[in-house]
Design a protein around this ligand. Structure first.
Ligand code: PLP
Length: 465
């Protein structure tokens, strides 16, 4: 394995916590017994009936309970996955197919609404639905990096006026009709366990909306002739600019129009209070590695009785919602990371807000050449993501120069930084291509100290002057 020499590592300053975080030592400690050593006796398959299996099952159940409690859900509403990408893919395709399987394309709606600045892990599964005949709408964020509730309302009202065929999706004129006659949209089948324990092709979660309503609380919407939109998916916190979206308002508007609501909460969990009931949402996606947990582990929340067709089919693990032997150590580590993040949430938020203020004050001295990409003060933002625009510089060049001076920052989303394409997030907010290619994302985290900000600013001043 090639790593940076310890002498170099200790001098480097990592300012890319929105891309990923170092694992907390307590998370590693919690995971170690479950990593599979025979002597520990805890390597077993949690689905096995013997004592070893039960031990693993108990650890998994405890992890599930921690995550459920953290977001105000019940344990059966939490499903472990391989991360945020899988959670988003599973929920978007699974809910769209589940609604259609239950209600058909007319009553179930044929429209999925999202925002243009979602992570690709939301945009791409929605574009895949479009290729399969769904109407889709990508709402444009404001220049302040917000999805305005009024914009969603207009899209849903236009869809209602158009009779449920969407209002500007790219699927083309005949696509809606084609979808209506072609049955279920994409692959994947609903699965449920029958009495003998085998997987059947019956719908597990595609239960009646009336039953959902009878269950009380924020129930699954009942489709009526006004049920034009199937699903709305808007992220809670944007990963490039850090703005917090008005999820409660967006979810309420969706519900009024009979649409289910999903949020990609990968950058929100453990950073801001997040309660599925207070927000009134039906589904959410999470990832462990953004909050000092392990990589390759995540979870989704799916409100009880929400229509859903499982995407990962097989042995029926996770109550038939996601087959595959669960990563017990990963789930245990994720739960520990959530626990630690919640314990420190307010204190860490205040501390990071102080560091942000320090950085923003220093950057202000470099104005107008350097300025914040958005006027985030208008509404909510998380303090640890700071996006800045540097006139006359390419982000790639800045990243390289800062890197050789020992500072790790990013130009946008990590996954797109390998390409020269400007960030779709910044373009969607109205920045020109040139501006979007002059943006740096500085993201702070648990190990960031005031000295790191000072050191960064010293170097940054030299680079841009
Ligand atoms: N959604 C958002 C908002 C993210 O920031 C990320 C990670 O960059 C993902 C989804 C993907 O999560 P994962 O890396 O766990 O697949």
């Amino acid at each position: 394995m090639s790593t940076l020499p310890p002498s170099e590592l200790s001098q480097r300053v990592y300012l890319d916590y929105a891309a990923t975080t170092p694992m907390h030592p307590e998370v590693l400690d919690a995971m170690l017994p479950w990593l599979g050593l025979a002597e520990a006796g805890s390597f077993a398959n949690p689905a096995s009936l013997h004592s070893e299996g039960k031990l693993a099952r108990q650890a998994l159940d405890a992890a599930r309970a921690v995550i459920a409690q953290a977001i105000g859900a019940t344990p059966p509403e939490i499903v472990f996955t391989s991360g945020g990408t899988e959670s988003n893919n599973a929920l978007i395709a699974g809910i769209a197919q589940g609604v259609r399987a239950r209600y058909g394309p007319v009553k179930g709606g044929n429209l999925v609404v999202t925002s243009a600045f979602e992570h690709h892990a939301v945009l791409e599964p929605i574009r895949a639905l479009r290729r399969n005949g769904w109407q889709t709408v990508e709402l444009k964020p404001s220049r302040a990096g917000l999805i305005e509730p009024a914009a969603l309302l207009v899209a849903l009202e236009q869809a209602a006026a158009a009779g449920g065929t969407g209002s500007g999706g790219a699927a083309g004129g005949g696509a809606a009709d084609a979808a209506r006659t072609s049955g279920a949209a994409t692959g994947g089948a609903a699965v449920a366990r029958d009495g003998s324990g085998t997987t059947t092709a019956a719908a597990a979660q595609t239960v009646s909306a009336a039953a959902a309503a009878a269950a009380g609380g924020a129930s699954t919407p009942t489709p009526t002739s006004d049920f034009h939109c199937t699903l709305v998916s808007i992220m809670t916190v944007n990963n490039e600019i850090g703005t917090i979206q008005p999820i409660d308002e967006l979810a309420a508007i969706s519900r009024q129009h009979g649409a289910l609501f999903h949020t990609d909460a990968v950058q929100a969990l453990g950073k801001i209070p997040f309660n599925v009931n207070a927000l009134g949402i039906d589904a959410a996606s999470f990832s462990a590695h953004k909050i000092a947990g392990p990589k390759g582990v995540g979870a989704f929340y799916l409100r009880t009785l929400t229509p859903f067709n499982a995407q990962m089919l097989g042995g029926g693990q996770e109550r038939d919602l996601r087959s595959g032997t669960v990563n017990v150590a990963g789930a245990v580590g994720f739960a520990k990371a959530v626990e630690l993040a919640l314990l420190q949430l307010e204190a860490e938020r205040t501390r990071l807000a102080g560091l942000r203020e320090l950085l923003v004050k220093e950057l202000a001295a470099l104005s107008p050449q350097v300025h914040l990409t958005i006027d985030a003060e208008e509404r909510g933002f998380i303090p640890n993501i700071i996006s800045i625009l540097i006139d006359g510089f390419e982000s790639e060049e800045l990243i390289m120069r800062l890197d050789s001076a020992g500072f790790a920052v990013s130009g946008g989303a990590a996954c797109s930084s390998a390409s020269l394409e400007p960030s779709h997030v910044l373009l969607s907010m109205g920045l020109s291509r040139r501006q979007a290619q002059s943006v740096l994302r500085i993201s702070l985290g648990s190990n960031t100290q005031a000295g790191d900000i000072d050191g960064f600013m010293q170097e940054f001043r030299q680079v841009v002057n």
